[in-house]
Design a protein around this ligand. Structure first.
Ligand SMILES: [Zn+2]
Length: 427
């Protein structure tokens, strides 16, 4: 049997360290993947690309009225700082940013319940706020057991301008609102920098239809504080297992296996690949992505950004094989979405944990909540599906993205700033 989930889990342990976009650790993980690829007898290579980031040298926030207390903050990447020495401004809690909350906020630092969407961001800039604060975590978090998430200002947002933006613990925000904070002093020193990140790529030439390409993708980077084994070391080792399988069982169509860097900071790896290989894309028929897997508790999902008949096919296949797979036509916040946006039908296979059953984007994304048995489930499903289409006599799907999915993609990539933006389907 070519699938060995114990072996895959061992590789997961090997890459289970924090590997953020453009870091030395991300590069180290890429090299481990390359070593594994050569041990399979394949030739892999790295493709570098630029990953914008921010260097923060100072970030402080202090309540000055009606009491004095300093709170920990984490500035958004690609946001801007305050003048040196900081600014002292009025503080106001604007809840979800309802229009009625936006009256008289000029020059003030505002606290919002969630990250502003593009529409609200524009309104905040136009209102002339001094900066904004968003929340990370819960009101009952323990400081020494949690971290403040690192967010970033989407490039699309900056067309309206840049302002200071920070994340704070929900617990501290709660404290500030409850104690009727009116004035704060903020100092942030931050600058834009450029790091280098990389994708790892392997090609297996098709025996019968070499000009028809199906690609497997998984991002191997993690967010800060997180060893990113559930998200997405697991997907990375699953497609490695599939590379082994197809190396032993040569495919009729050409396969590309891609481990994307810097997915967590805006799908940079897949976007870089798409940009660098425009000609090749004409041959791409389908992108198969694996992102989050191996949680002990969970359910198997296939999120299909393609026509209804693909959704039906995946669902039927799972039933015929007796695989408990939940299939849905949808976009997914991962590299598959970047491919679909370029007209390439895509499917993400994933294992979603029930709430609190496994964790992403925190220090709790650790091996303790994962198992070999669970890892195997997503591996088998992805293998069964991909094998059936890779070796089909006639490729069964049209290369087409339906209009409803196109609309969702436009919304996801903020192509229509005046339409309602939503966080649905975003992780
Ligand atoms: Zn992910």
């Amino acid at each position: 049997m070519s699938i060995d989930s114990k072996r895959a889990f061992k590789l997961l342990e090997k890459i289970g360290f924090i590997r953020t976009s453009g870091s030395e650790e991300e590069l180290r993980a890429a090299k481990i993947l390359l070593e594994e690829i050569s041990s399979i007898g394949c030739q892999g290579y790295m493709e570098d690309f630029k990953a914008p980031s921010s260097k923060i040298t100072k970030a402080t926030l202090k309540v000055v009225e009606p009491y004095e207390k300093e709170y920990e903050i984490t500035p958004y990447n690609y946001s801007i700082g305050t003048p040196k020495g900081g600014i002292t401004t009025d503080f106001v809690y604007i809840e979800d940013g309802h229009d009625a909350n936006l009256v008289d906020i000029k020059g003030k630092f505002v606290l919002i319940n969630k990250r502003p969407d593009l529409k609200l961001y524009k309104k905040l800039i136009e209102a002339g706020i001094a900066g904004y604060i968003t929340m990370s975590g819960t009101a009952i978090d323990e400081e020494d057991k949690t971290d403040i998430a690192v967010s970033r200002v989407d490039k699309k947002y900056t067309q309206y301008g840049k302002i200071p933006a920070v994340n704070m613990r929900t617990k501290d925000c709660f404290d500030m609102v409850k104690n009727k904070t009116t004035k704060i002093k903020v100092e942030i020193i931050i600058e834009d920098i450029e790091l280098t990140s990389q994708n790892v790529v392997v090609t297996l030439e098709g025996s019968k239809y070499p000009d028809e390409i199906i690609s497997f993708g998984a991002h191997y980077d993690s967010v800060p504080f997180s060893t990113g084994v559930y998200d997405n070391g697991a997907g990375s080792v699953i497609i490695m297992e599939l590379l082994r399988h197809f190396k032993e069982n040569p495919p009729m169509r050409t396969l590309k296996f891609m481990w994307y860097g810097s997915e967590e900071v805006g799908l940079l790896g897949s976007k870089a690949y798409l940009k660098a290989h425009k000609e090749e894309l004409k041959k791409h028929l389908l992108m198969i992505n694996v992102d989050v897997a191996a949680s002990v508790l969970g359910r198997e999902m296939a999120l299909v950004t393609a026509e209804e008949n693909v959704v039906d096919y995946v669902g039927h296949m799972a039933k015929i094989k007796g695989l408990p797979l939940n299939v849905k036509q949808s976009i997914y916040s991962s590299d598959s979405t970047a491919f679909a946006d370029k007209g390439i039908p895509s499917i993400t296979f994933c294992r979603f944990a029930p709430k609190g059953g496994a964790f992403i984007h925190t220090r709790n994304d650790v091996l303790d909540f994962l198992s070999t048995e669970a890892l195997e489930k997503t591996t088998i499903i992805t293998k069964e599906f991909s094998e059936s289409v890779i070796n089909s006599v006639v490729f069964p799907f049209e290369k087409k993205i339906p209009d409803n999915m196109k609309k969702d993609l436009d919304k996801y990539f903020n192509k229509e700033p005046d339409k309602e933006d939503s966080d649905e389907n975003k992780k």
